[in-house]
Design a protein. Structure first.
Length: 374
């Protein structure tokens, strides 16, 4: 199998699994307990908090552990609406469903939502954010990097524009964390969401960075875990795994932006040379080093993916959270891609685990697979 769908999920790194195992077997104490057995688990969570904070350029006390990126996104936006009392939010037309569907839901409840457009390359004009801000704007929520195209937004610039106008800012950084260098405290970002299974940690764990002194209204109420900001007994083993994964991601960030980027570029160039008419979505925009979205006019993406699967290659038509849908990608449509071409587009997303031999194999196989689909 050649796995090229790492924006959907990643394999747990063996080093991460090794760090987790003791907390699934011998160190299973409740971290809220007062005795030594429980305090050992609490200490492990503190270490993980330090590791996550170090990768993000945040303070450890700014990190809240959650169940996933979706929970982190939802908690940030809901908190901003609750603490400000304002009923307007701003987001973009290309957001992940974790933000898009929550904004849709608030809109149905009578909240105001401004949907910012993107251009043909999937980039967003910061001036459009300023124009959309109103006196009753509670929060601006924009992804750091798009999960389908890899296009990167100018998040630090936009965060500064929001701060100048006294508006809270949230970024869904799920796809960006570990792939591009980022510093939470370099800009006035109030909330930053990440997900463990996108960077070789297990599924079911994530984090939300909340800037110090930012008012926060928790979604989950119960015990006093996470300093009262996210109740529920902590998923200790997975939190330990997330911390170790963040530490590894920090060590591998150069590899991600050199070797992995070179593999992505080789894959693109090889396919474009062998399949005339292929287009790269977002080609002229800043992009994640591991992601490419390709359109093959006249080809049915679902059939192409089935043929790739038969050949042992894993890719996708876009977001794993919407892969069951037969509608064209809302991201590509927002970029002005015709429905027929959106339905002829697939995404490859690489990771540090991929090799040059794998990319060479896909390039050699691809024309035959594509011809079979046609």
């Amino acid at each position: 199998m050649i796995y090229l769908d790492n924006n959907a999920t990643t394999a747990i790194d063996p080093i991460v699994l090794e760090a987790m195992l003791p907390f699934l077997t011998e160190h299973y104490g409740n971290p809220s307990s007062s005795y030594t057995f429980g305090r050992r688990a609490a200490a492990a969570i503190d270490t993980a908090r330090d590791q996550v904070a170090a990768l993000l350029g945040a303070e450890p006390r700014e990190i809240i552990f959650t169940s996933c990126g979706t929970e982190s996104d939802n908690a940030a936006i809901a908190s901003a609406l609750a603490t400000t009392g304002h009923r307007h939010l701003i987001t973009s037309t290309v957001e992940h469903s974790a933000v898009k569907n929550q904004a849709d839901n608030f809109e149905r409840q009578g909240y105001g939502v401004t949907w910012l457009p993107v251009n043909l390359d999937g980039t967003l004009d910061p001036a459009s954010v300023v124009e959309a801000i109103r006196p009753d704007t509670a929060i601006v929520s924009l992804m750091w990097a798009n999960n389908e195209t890899g296009v990167i937004f100018p998040i630090e610039e936009i965060a500064n524009l929001c701060a100048d106008r006294g508006v809270l800012f949230h970024t869904d950084a799920v796809q960006a964390v570990g792939k591009v260098p980022l510093q939470f405290n370099n800009a006035p970002i109030h909330f930053l969401a990440l997900s463990g299974h996108k960077l070789h940690a297990p599924k079911g764990v994530g984090a939300l960075a909340v800037r110090r002194r930012t008012k926060f209204s928790p979604m989950l109420l119960g015990g006093s875990q996470e300093r009262g900001k996210r109740s529920g007994t902590e998923n200790v083993a997975s939190i330990v795994g997330l911390g170790r994964a963040c530490e590894l991601a920090q060590e591998r960030i150069v590899d991600e932006n050199t070797r992995v980027r070179a593999l992505r570029d080789k894959l693109e160039a090889g396919i474009l040379a062998r399949v005339p008419g292929t287009r790269i979505n977002g080609a002229n925009a800043p992009r994640l080093p591991n992601t490419t979205s390709l359109t093959f006019p006249g080809v049915d993406a679902s059939s192409l993916l089935a043929q790739l699967d038969h050949a042992g290659v894993c890719a996708s038509a876009g977001s794993a959270c919407t892969s069951g849908a037969i509608a064209p990608s809302h991201v590509l449509k927002a970029m002005g891609v015709r429905d027929a071409d959106a339905l002829a587009s697939i995404r490859f997303s690489l990771a540090c685990t991929n090799t040059e031999a794998e990319i060479d194999s896909v390039i050699q196989l691809f024309p035959t697979i594509l011809e079979g689909t046609r």
